[in-house]
Design a protein around this ligand. Sequence first.
Ligand code: KIV
Ligand code: ZN
Length: 514
Amino acid sequence: MVNHESARIIQVFDTTLRDGEQSPGCSMTLPEKLEVARRLERLRVDVLEAGFPASSPGDLASVKAIATLIKDCTVAGLCRALEKDIDAAREALIGAASPRIHIFLATSPIHMEYKLKMSPEQVLERAVAAVRYATQFCTDVEFSAEDAFRSDRDLVCRVFGEVIAAGATVVNAPDTVGYAMPEEFADFIRYIKTHTPNMEKARLSVHCHNDLGLAVANSLAAIGAGADQVECTVNGIGERAGNASLEEIVMGLRVRKDHLQAETRIDTTKIYTVSRLVSQVTGVKVQPHKAIVGDNAFAHEAGVHQHGVLANRATYEIMTPESVGIPQNRMVLGKHSGRHAFEERLRDLELSLHDALVEQVFHQFKVLADKKKVVSDRDIEALVIEASASAPETWKLDRWVVNCGSTLSSTSTIRLQHQDGAVAEQAAVGTGPIDAAFKAINRIIGKEPSLDAYELGAVTGGEDAQGQTLVKIGLNSRHWNGRGVSTDVVESSIKAYIAAINAMEWELAATPQP
Ligand code: KIV
Ligand code: ZN
């Protein structure tokens, strides 16, 4: 019997901007993080973990900026169980409407012996001291027992009991290495819930990694066993095989509320746009068959399936694409579309833009519509993300010429305009047209960042598809992404490189190396 009345509310703790962002290839610039944070707030996550402030001046600055911007959910900053880390988190969270200090310390034998070189008693003492210290500055303190699942259960219960007595409001039991099986994890959570002293005074959270592909299954099993908070990331991005995917947990709870009798406050109709944004800004593609947000998640190819769906969608669909915000109205825009139709499409696509940017993006849309017959949703999405999540333009592309062929070396001449108005031009020879163009830009800016990744794709299919380039650059162990879109692939590459350079210039100016 379905009992919708008694469903528990599970808190969704999103760590896309911390555990997700810290994994290889997922770094984001500050404007990108701010845009993701805004979307997560609209998605109605309960807690948004914005970063690890003590890890770098850049991270501290971005947690600070997010904490000041976000008002409708709790903003958390991660720290080791060290006063200096807690001080950094406290400073970063000063502007937050609802701050949370999140402290972690490992409790498993292998982590205590080889990483921490501490005894269980020392870990217990350090955890309690850190939580006590943090409660002086923040009423909301979460303690995570890193690698809890591989730890001695009674030690986890003891540590949790004492940190709760010291003021922790949430205790988190991660499966840090994705080792658990669902029934085992449920049993573990039940044990923690029933054997931790003071457990009724705090929330019990879980945080599952996906090394065996079980992060979502383990998170749902833990909710069934009594966990009150679930930690997850958009598209499941994160260390190694990733974290539990937010969209899968949320839709699992929604579609099977009858079974788990638990729900979240998430506005599921915003899921798709957040997933697209995270994929666009990190450059990490969502696999086509990914549950909930993959391109094929609602596609019905087999004739017999199509027949069933046409007769009644519920034959092969357990949820509707509309329920996760996948746009159904396929209105196409072209050069005759006016501003009203354009804004309407932005609304349909949940691509809300700051008023000040609507005019600029509309103008870019008109320029594009002159080149392409049909401007697709993906084209519009690319324009919106470029406008809303890019760093200020220290450098702007003015002109470019590239020569290449099979017998001569490639050469390029690039002219850029600096934000102070000055123009600078340089020429270079390269192993190919892109290399020549990037070398000329390096000459202009007087820096030589490494080119860590370069990816060229198409925004849509078709002959007149726009080229979309993603570039990742690095300098002194810091990394930046840039995206560029153009009907010309060389131009999209140049634009992507300049976007990454602008992200670099802006962050280096804001947070120089210590
Ligand atoms: O995986 C993990 O254990 C973590 C903790 C810091 C919560 O990310
Ligand atoms: Zn983690």
